[in-house]
Design a binder for this molecule. Sequence first.
Ligand SMILES: C[S@@+](CC[C@H](N)C(=O)[O-])C[C@H]1O[C@@H](n2cnc3c(N)ncnc32)[C@H](O)[C@@H]1O
Length: 228
Amino acid sequence: MRIDIITIFPKMFEPVLNESMIKRAQHKNKVKIHIHDLRDYSADKHRKVDDRPFGGGSGMLMRPEPIFKAVEKIKSQVTNRKPQVILLCPQGKTLNQKTAKKLAKYKHLILICGHYEGVDERVRQYLVDEEVSIGDYVLTGGELPAMVLVDAVVRLLPGVLGDKNSLNFESFEGNLLEYPHYTRPAKFKNMGVPDILLSGDHKEIEIWRKKTALKRTKERRPDLFSSK
Ligand SMILES: C[S@@+](CC[C@H](N)C(=O)[O-])C[C@H]1O[C@@H](n2cnc3c(N)ncnc32)[C@H](O)[C@@H]1O
């Protein structure tokens, strides 16, 4: 997979992309991530990418030309796959595991990070294939949402996680939350571990895990049972 990220804060990505699982995924050649400074596509001598909204009102908007230019340049460089162009936006469809799985199937994603009051509406109308939100709250910019999306998607790419079983038994698989986990020591400050997990009886452990996953989902996220 190739991911291109268009942002006015390219440095924000360095620490996140160069650590942990995303770093390993890049080293293993499972994903190539390219960060583009939107200001490089500005025709303005001060590298400005924003302007006042028509009709007045508070705040600034991101102008359409630099964003179109950046996306068109990336598309002209990557001709062997059709990209999915995504605008990070609080008005978009909320990201969930199902969407992450869908996005993980694309070979090329282009992510556009908004700022200020957002982007000129023509970007949404004519450039973007889909808008993705990471939740019903408003952040300052699309950089953190883009990082969340990249993390959620990249860990799903085949071969990225060491143990592929960990994807089969995690929250939201089969519309369930995951069962509780314990590790050593078996006794910690007088707090124990369910006996069944220490029994070595794998069949019974599996039944216990299924039961506790159901119970936990019922208590915390009953809405998942009716989601498709
Ligand atoms: C301050 S927000 C703009 C909010 C916009 N005025 C509105 O009310 O819908 C600036 C940028 O941050 C990003 N952003 C903020 N909250 C987000 C969220 N929950 N999910 C995804 N992107 C978000 C988007 O890229 C957005 O263009």
